[in-house]
Design a protein around this ligand. Structure first.
Ligand SMILES: NC(=O)c1ccc[n+]([C@@H]2O[C@H](COP(=O)([O-])OP(=O)(O)OC[C@H]3O[C@@H](n4cnc5c(N)ncnc54)[C@H](OP(=O)(O)O)[C@@H]3O)[C@@H](O)[C@H]2O)c1
Length: 236
């Protein structure tokens, strides 16, 4: 611990999102600025807490900082079984928003358990035919899904994407606003996330937990776009 670091003690259980451009999180030891640190939630297994910072931090930043999601608003969350989506559902549910999420197969049961009021099977149903007057869409898929999402927003609604900057011309044509969310590591936000997890019993959706030696197949699975939640890498 650095000599100018206050408020922390050796042995504290912490979570942090390292600088994404510098990397270094897949390691036994990581150097983290104190501004990025937060206490790990006490209600989750410590290993699983490693899955929180990027996914939950991004969901929080999108819903409560880029947008100000409040009670009664209708939010459409794409890929509700993804890392970001699974936290976004829980956080939106906690503020009593009306939560609609897309998923497929067994994922539909999962998103309901996480707090979605309505699930849409994206493999069988066209969300644009089922939805309208949505206040905010959280797009975690980009491409055609992002473009079609403009159709379901109410006038003055907002589209947030974690994947690619939305088309401003398309947004203007639909009388809505849109923006790209780029996660900025922030220990204070992460502390709010950690507190919410403990206070409301939020859970982390874990696709699998693997030793570091199985890192490559685990990442191939993540890159396939089929992971249900986070992949936890264990260092013995
Ligand atoms: N901008 C930032 O700062 C930031 C931060 C974090 C993440 N991201 C990005 O956000 C994206 C999402 O990442 P993530 O880790 O949350 O998710 P992810 O793990 O990539 O999502 C996988 C899940 O998406 C579901 N899915 C795939 N295609 C779908 C579709 N067309 N409709 C609905 N669900 C679908 C899959 O379910 P099925 O198997 O049932 O299809 C699977 O459970 C990634 O591109 C990531 O790089 C950006």
């Amino acid at each position: 611990m650095g000599t100018d670091v206050e408020g922390w003690a050796l042995g504290d259980q912490v979570v942090a999102r390292t600088n994404p451009t510098a990397g270094g999180a897949f390691a036994e030891y990581a150097l983290v600025p104190k501004e990025f640190l937060a206490k790990a939630p006490s209600t989750l297994p410590f290993n699983e807490a490693a899955g929180i910072p990027t996914a939950a931090g991004t969901a929080w930043q999108a819903l409560f900082e880029s947008f100000e999601l409040t009670e009664g608003q209708k939010v459409l969350i794409h890929a509700g079984t993804g890392g970001v989506g699974s936290f976004a559902i829980q956080l939106a549910h906690r503020v009593a928003a009306k939560v609609i999420a897309t998923a497929s197969g067994s994922g539909l049961d999962i998103i309901r358990l996480l707090g979605a009021d309505m699930g849409i099977d994206y493999r069988r149903e066209d969300f644009t035919r089922q939805l309208s007057d949505i206040d905010v869409v959280l797009d975690t898929l980009g491409g055609e899904t992002q473009q079609r999402s403009f159709d379901v927003l109410r006038t003055g609604g907002h589209l947030l994407s974690t994947v690619m900057p939305p088309d401003d011309t398309l947004a203007a044509a639909h009388n809505v606003t849109a923006g790209f969310v780029f996660h900025a590591s922030d220990g204070q936000r992460l502390a709010r996330v950690s507190k919410a997890i403990d206070q409301y019993g939020l859970r982390i959706l874990v696709d699998r937990t693997v030793p570091f030696t199985e890192f490559i197949p685990a990442f191939r699975h993540q890159a396939s776009g089929r992971a249900q939640g986070k992949i936890i890498i264990i260092f013995d």
